[in-house]
Design a binder for this molecule. Structure first.
Ligand code: GLU
Length: 302
């Protein structure tokens, strides 16, 4: 339940490294439906902090694709690459309070460390108590112990971030803000109450909660969605060359995404136009119907 007097604010936050595909449509559509079904706002945020991997062309394409799908956002589009100073100020606040520290380790120094759940190397804490070193990256001091949260699709989810990843990166050695910090700062700044996104980000959530606590920011509610897999069982992604959504396929792509999300539209609705399909989906949206099979947590749904 949202706290009384709080109105729902959701968001879709694509990284413009390529066009939307059937996998990203599932996250866009579910977050849009959940916001609209709650009578809430739905914000669009372009997450281009990883400047070398992002492009303006991809960002323009994403906006056009969402328009063709009828997924209209509220207010201005937020663009993260224009907000570096805000993220830097958040980092500085953590450093001043001793909650983040500079790290001089190179990728090479860490290559023998085990992999964390997000594919980064677990950090052994080498620079934790060193001072006066030339900082390359900046890391959050991750307190030991489980960080748990209630997921609206999965139930209780918990991860010991310190054991999994160690002190993780807030500011990258190449000079760019890390995804985790930018997301937390913007979710709070934009008053986001509900994050609905793919389960590929499930292990990011406890990291984001640790940053929220360190910055004394509110924690949104979370819902993580099953991932669309290709014929080889791999997650559809730009890296696996998932085909881009085509504007002239909007209705059939929406039907496919709704079926995937456990909301198959009746035949007569399928034959209707795109907006009637979306109206039907808003009226019938219920997260309880979203399948959780294939998302590894083992947590009971509450
Ligand atoms: N920008 C992230 C991505 O495209 C999503 C971030 C989020 O939803 O928190 O994978």
């Amino acid at each position: 339940m949202l706290a009384e007097g709080t109105s729902y604010v959701g968001r879709f936050a694509p990284s413009p490294t390529g066009p939307l595909h059937k996998g990203s449509l599932v996250a866009a559509l579910a977050s849009w439906l959940d916001a609209r079904a709650h009578g809430g706002r739905w914000l669009l945020r372009i997450e281009d902090v990883d400047v070398p991997r992002c492009s303006q062309a991809a960002s323009d394409t994403i906006l056009h694709q969402l328009e063709a799908l009828g997924l209209h956002w509220d207010g201005e589009v937020r663009v993260q690459s224009r907000r570096t100073e805000v993220y830097r100020a958040a980092l500085d606040a953590l450093v001043v309070r001793g909650l983040a520290y500079g790290c001089a380790c190179s990728r090479r120094d860490l290559e023998s460390q085990p992999l964390a759940s997000d594919g980064t190397r677990r950090y052994p804490g080498t620079c934790r108590d060193r001072s006066g070193i030339p900082a390359r990256a900046w890391r959050l001091r991750a307190a030991p112990g489980e960080t748990a949260f209630y997921d609206r699709v999965l139930g209780r989810v918990a991860l010991d971030v310190a054991a999994d990843a160690g002190d993780f990166v807030l500011w990258r050695a190449d000079g760019y803000c890390a995804y985790q910090l930018a997301v937390v700062v913007d979710d709070a700044d934009q008053g986001v109450t509900d994050v609905v996104r793919g389960a590929d980000l499930l292990t990011s959530t406890p990291r984001q909660i640790l940053i929220q606590r360190a910055l004394r920011l509110p924690q949104p509610r979370y819902a993580h969605l099953p991932l669309v897999l290709d014929a080889k069982g791999e997650k559809l992604s730009k890296q696996t060359r998932a085909p881009a959504l085509r504007p002239d396929h909007a209705s059939s792509d929406l039907v496919d995404a709704l079926c995937f999300l456990g909301h198959p539209p009746p035949e007569d609705v399928r034959a209707d136009d795109r907006d009637a399909l979306l109206d039907w989906a808003v009226s019938n949206w219920n997260l309880v119907r979203v399948p959780r099979e294939g998302i590894a947590t083992g947590a009971p749904r509450q």
